[in-house]
Design a binder for this molecule. Structure first.
Ligand SMILES: *Cc1c(COP(=O)(O)O)cnc(C)c1O
Length: 384
C-alpha cells in the first residue's frame, strides 16, 4: 500500500457493533470480563490497552514501515520510555542540536540515573565514530534538526552505530513518514512528537515510537504499561483524524516552504536562508537522497540587528508568533529568545545558531497570502 492509502486505512476497521466507519472514541477505563482472568483480547484496563489507541498505534506503525507502534502522552514521555530501557553505566550519543526538551531530559534528568551522554554533530561521521564507546547503547539523532535544519545521513550513521553494537533512534518529527522513513534506511527505532505534523492541527500533545525489533518492542510495551505515560482515547481519535490527511498536508507544507525559501533567498532585506531544498544548503544532496521532499520548516536571518529580527516576528499578521510547529497554520518565532533560550548563548553561537535567526513553520494557507505577509513584515520597522 502507498503512504496516502495507509494514512487513511491502516489500523482502521469498521466497528463490530454498528459498522461505524470511524474508529469510536472508547472512553472507558475498564472492560467487563465474562469470567475471572478471562479478558477480551488483552483489554482489561485502559492504561494497558484501549481500542482507539490500538487503531492509532497500528496506523503510525504502518506509516513508518514498522511492525510495532506505541503511543505516549507526549513526545518527551516517548523518549523517556526509550531511556528507561537503559541501565546505570550505559552511554548514549546524542546529535548536536537536539530539540531543547530532549537535551534537557538527557542532561538534567537521565544523568541522575547514571546514564552518560556525549553530544556530537552527527553530520560529521568521524566525530560520531570518536564518540562511540563499548558502553554506547543508543545513538539518538534528529534530521532535519531544529532550527538549523542540518541533515544527517541516516544510512551511514546506522552502519556506524551497528558496527559498534549500538542502536540508532531517529526523531522523525520534522520530516514525518511522508517524507522520510528511517527504519527503511537502517534505523532501529523512530520517535515522533505527534504534537506536530502527525496531529497537524495544534490541538494535541502526544508522542510515539515505531520499531521492528520484537524483543525491544515487548520491553517498551511493558514500560508503556508499567510507567503509564499513555494518551487518552479522545486525543488518539484526534490524531487519527490528523494522519488521514498527512500526505495532503505535507505536500502543501513542502510546496509553500519551497516557494518561501526561494522568495526570501532573493529578497534584498534577507541576509541568509536555511532550507534543505535550496541547492546551497550543506545537506542538500543527502536530503535529496533520503527524503521525498524537504519539509515545511524554513529558517532565515534578516539584515539588520538582532532587535530588528525580533521586531519582524511581531509584525506578521498571517504568521502567528508562537512556539511549536507542524500545524495547518503558519507560525513564526525567534529561537534564541523563545524555543532555544534555555541553551547558553555561547553554546548556541558555537553551534551556528545566529542571534538574529527567525524560524518559520510554514502552514497550508494560500502561498500568496504568506509571501505578502512576510514582505510587509520585512518592509516595516519597529514592533508590530
Ligand atoms: C516538540 C518536539 C519534541 C517533544 O515533543 P512533545 O510532544 O512536546 O513532548 C521532541 N522532538 C522534536 C523534534 C520536537 O519538535
Amino acid at each position: 500500500m502507498k503512504p496516502g492509502t495507509k494514512a487513511i486505512h491502516a489500523g482502521q476497521h469498521p466497528d463490530a457493533g454498528f459498522g461505524a466507519i470511524m474508529t469510536p472514541i472508547y472512553c472507558t477505563s475498564t472492560y467487563v470480563q465474562p469470567y475471572p482472568a478471562e479478558v477480551h483480547d488483552g483489554y482489561d484496563y485502559s492504561r494497558g490497552k484501549n481500542p482507539t489507541r490500538t487503531a492509532l498505534q497500528e496506523n503510525l506503525a504502518a506509516l513508518e514501515d514498522g511492525a510495532h507502534g506505541l503511543a505516549f502522552s507526549s513526545g518527551l514521555a516517548a523518549i523517556h520510555t526509550v531511556m528507561q530501557t537503559l541501565a546505570p553505566g550505559d552511554h548514549v550519543v546524542g546529535g548536536g542540536d537536539l530539540y531543547g526538551g530532549t537535551y534537557r531530559l538527557f542532561s538534567k534528568v537521565m544523568t541522575k540515573f547514571g546514564v552518560d551522554f556525549t553530544f556530537v554533530d552527527t553530520t560529521d561521521l568521524a566525530a560520531l565514530e570518536a564518540a562511540l564507546t563499548d558502553k554506547t547503547k543508543i545513538v539518538w539523532i534528529e534530521t532535519p534538526t531544529n532550527p538549523l535544519l542540518r541533515i544527517t545521513d541516516i544510512a551511514a550513521v546506522a552502519d556506524l552505530t551497528h558496527a559498534h553494537g549500538a542502536r540508532l533512534c531517529v526523531d522523525n518529527t520534522f520530516a514525518t513518514p511522508m517524507l522520510q522513513r528511517p527504519l527503511d534506511l537502517g534505523a532501529d527505532l523512530v520517535m515522533h512528537s505527534v504534537t506536530k505534523y502527525l496531529g497537524g492541527h495544534s490541538d494535541v500533545i502526544m508522542g510515539a515510537l515505531v520499531l521492528n525489533d520484537d524483543a525491544w518492542a515487548e520491553e517498551l510495551e511493558f514500560l508503556q504499561f508499567a510507567v503509564g505515560a499513555v494518551p487518552g482515547p479522545m486525543d488518539c481519535f484526534l490524531v487519527l483524524r490528523g494522519t488521514k490527511t498527512l500526505h495532503l498536508r505535507m505536500e502543501r507544507h513542502c510546496e509553500n516552504a519551497r516557494a518561501i525559501a526561494k522568495h526570501l533567498d532573493a529578497h534584498a532585506a534577507v541576509a541568509k536562508v536555511i532550507y534543505p531544498g535550496l541547492e546551497g544548503h550543506a545537506g542538500h544532496a543527502i536530503a535529496a537522497r533520503q527524503m521525498d521532499d524537504f519539509g515545511g520548516m524554513v529558517s532565515f536571518v534578516a539584515k539588520g540587528s538582532v532587535a530588528d529580527g525580533m521586531d519582524l516576528c511581531s509584525r506578521t499578521k498571517v504568521f502567528a508568533l508562537a512556539e511549536s510547529l507542524g500545524g495547518v497554520e503558519s507560525l513564526i518565532e525567534h529561537p534564541p529568545s523563545m524555543t532555544h533560550a534555555s541553551i547558553p548563548a555561547e553554546q548556541r553561537r558555537a553551534s551556528g545558531l545566529d542571534d538574529g535567526l527567525v524560524r518559520l513553520s510554514v502552514g497550508v494557507e494560500h502561498i500568496d497570502d504568506l509571501i505578502e505577509d512576510l514582505d510587509q513584515a520585512l518592509a516595516g520597522s519597529g514592533r508590530g
